[in-house]
Write a protein that binds this ligand. Structure first.
Ligand code: SAH
Ligand code: SF4
Length: 439
């Protein structure tokens, strides 16, 4: 049986996407080739997210849909992995709701996936969810060799315990991968065709601190910058509280280090920031932004914002709007607060009604979308270096690439440009995309 197929459906952040790559790669090694169509798959992997309720609801719906497929094709193996499954005490509920699932596995057990798959091939249902992280597992294979852009974990877990956030509970304690392992991994990626890496961590700015490394994130970046053949280095997420001058200086002085800081501020009011346990003030955040722009005038800033955290008043929300009007963010990812059980904020009084959250989100998006468009319009007629990624999804006759600031540009050109750095002039813009001409 050599023509078995795996379809991996991934939800959530880039870290979750990276985990999906590992699960897919393990399946590939076991003889499953990749498909994007669940209907033709013999194995469907759903890699889950539980950061917000809306993601969870979507996933539960998807798992439900797979029941019909399994009824039609009883040999289909369904595996559900990741953050949602890792939530304490949830497995039984999920199993009751979806008895058709064959494998349940959490965020600390990816390296056991081969074994789990073997067991389910014997027709047994199985659940494997370790409660705690083990040592950093270095078995992180990629499904696709020769990818142009690759996410690279530099650390796992999170110790920050922001009051709203479930990540520390489902991803375990913060632990960093040693520098040499990361450098070797990136070198071998470059040998197989990778030109851009995104270094991933929940708080890259605290890289190595807890593990007592005698180098920090800025040192790591500087070494990665020297790797031959690598065109671009990105990183996320930067927690404002740990954003050091050294990091800003490293990016300012780097050759391949993209001048893009994803710097979530979450809320504009000090009272809410404190309740969120973010460990910085609005003034401190603005000072960091000022410092970045002073050192790197071309820097791009993006952010995450939550509206409707418990106790958020209209005045608090106005301060969030004010911050968005003050800082030149090119893009903001905006969310309604979602109560996650087990987190500190779930027990707070003054939960905000849904209609209020919706109204605030709408207003916030209006303000930021206008800012984003104005920013893009400012880019018109200017020239930018882009890394050509491939055919445009919306227009197969065009190519697409990204600026160093992570803006997507669509332009006309031949496929042999894929993987190369070229210059484009920006001709027009809409809210999400720029259109340009190759120079
Ligand atoms: N480690 C990153 C964020 C990871 S989660 C950081 O500290 O910035 C990604 C984003 O999801 C967060 O920045 C936050 O804006 C949002 N988020 C997390 N928990 C949430 C919740 N309970 N409700 C709404 N949004 C949430
Ligand atoms: Fe969640 Fe805060 Fe950790 Fe980010 S830093 S993952 S928001 S707890």
């Amino acid at each position: 049986m050599n023509n078995k197929k795996v379809c991996t459906i991934s939800y959530g952040c880039q870290m979750s996407e990276r985990d999906s790559e590992t699960l897919t790669a393990i399946s590939n090694n076991m003889g499953y080739s990749r498909t994007n169509d669940p209907a033709e798959a013999d194995l469907v992997i759903i890699n889950t997210c539980c950061v917000r309720e809306s993601a969870e609801n979507k996933i539960i719906g998807k798992i439900g849909q797979l029941k019909h497929m399994k009824d039609k094709k009883p040999s289909l193996i369904i595996a559900v992995a990741g953050c949602m499954v890792q939530q304490p005490g949830i497995l039984e509920k999920l199993q009751k709701r979806a008895p058709h699932v064959d494998i349940w596995t959490g965020t600390f057990d990816y390296h056991k996936f081969e074994e789990l798959l073997q067991t389910s091939q014997e027709g047994k249902k199985i659940a494997c969810i370790s409660e705690k992280e083990t040592e950093v597992s270095e078995a992180v294979p990629l499904a696709e060799k020769g990818k142009l852009r690759v996410n690279v974990n530099i650390m796992y877990g999170c110790d920050n315990y922001c009051a709203y956030c479930i990540v520390p509970y489902v991803r375990g304690r913060e632990r960093s991968r040693p520098k040499q392992i990361i450098l070797d991994e990136i070198k071998s990626l470059v040998d197989s065709g990778c030109r851009e890496v995104t270094l991933l961590g929940q708080n890259v700015n605290s890289y190595g601190k807890k593990d007592g490394f005698d180098y920090d994130f800025s040192d790591l970046l500087q070494e990665i910058d020297k790797i031959d053949g690598l065109f671009r280095v990105r990183f996320m997420t930067s927690h404002p509280k740990d954003l050091s001058d050294q990091l800003i200086a490293a990016v300012a002085g780097g050759e391949h280090l993209c001048e893009h800081f994803h710097l979530p501020f979450q809320a504009g009011s000090n009272h809410i920031l404190e309740a969120m346990n973010r460990n910085y003030t609005r003034e401190y955040y603005l000072e960091r932004v000022h410092r970045i722009l002073e050192e790197i005038p071309a820097a791009r800033l993006t952010t995450d914002i939550i509206v409707g955290f418990p106790g958020e008043t209209e005045e608090d929300f106005e301060q969030t709007l004010d911050l968005v009007r003050t800082v030149p963010f090119t893009q903001a990812f905006t969310f309604m607060y979602s109560k996650r059980s087990g987190t500190a904020a779930a027990g707070l009084p003054d939960q905000i009604p849904l209609e209020v959250k919706k109204r605030r989100l709408q207003k916030l998006m209006e303000v930021q979308n206008a800012r984003s468009l104005a920013w893009r319009n400012n880019m018109l007629d200017q020239h930018y270096e882009i890394l050509v990624e491939g055919q445009s999804k919306t227009n197969p006759e065009s190519l697409t690439g990204r600026t160093r600031g992570n803006e997507i540009v669509v332009f006309k050109g031949s496929e042999d440009l894929i993987g190369k750095l070229i210059n484009v002039r920006i001709d027009s813009a809409n809210s999400w995309t720029l259109f340009g001409t190759m120079m």
